[in-house]
Design a protein around this ligand. Structure first.
Ligand SMILES: [Zn+2]
Length: 130
């Protein structure tokens, strides 16, 4: 009991700089939010050909799965995890586009003729045209 209390105190001591860093620096988070908004605005609008949802993909999207990455790091003592992490981060932002609503990969830029035709078709179908 006494040893576990000491262990908890040691853990708190070790992570306290991280907690302080995350909790205090409002300037950094505001700057990050502004950079993120600018990067988000630069990404072209995408149109889902399955459900008609229009969205902007995350600019720094990486391919692969975070869960697989963590499992590889833990189970192979970092050997395959490191290779997988490098592979995931090659061509950052080139991750396969996927609709956040229906998870379809039938996604095209919103300005293409096929997206416009699909949007018009959906509007006619739903009766929302003027
Ligand atoms: Zn969709």
């Amino acid at each position: 009991m006494r040893e576990s209390f000491g262990l908890i105190l040691l853990l708190l001591f070790c992570i306290s700089p991280l907690i302080w860093y995350l909790a205090t620096d409002k300037k950094r988070t505001a700057r990050y939010a502004a950079q993120n908004a600018a990067a988000q605005a630069a990404v072209p609008l995408q149109h889902c050909m399955t459900c008609g949802n229009e969205f902007r993909p995350r600019p720094g999207a990486v391919r692969g799965s975070t869960l697989v990455e963590v499992v590889l790091w833990l189970c192979t003592f970092g050997v395959l995890g490191l290779l997988y992490s490098i592979w995931r981060r090659m061509d950052i932002g080139k991750a396969k586009l996927m609709c956040p609503v229906c998870s379809s990969n039938q996604v095209v830029p919103a300005t293409t003729p096929s997206a416009r035709a699909h949007r018009l078709q959906l509007e006619r179908l739903l009766g929302t045209t003027n």
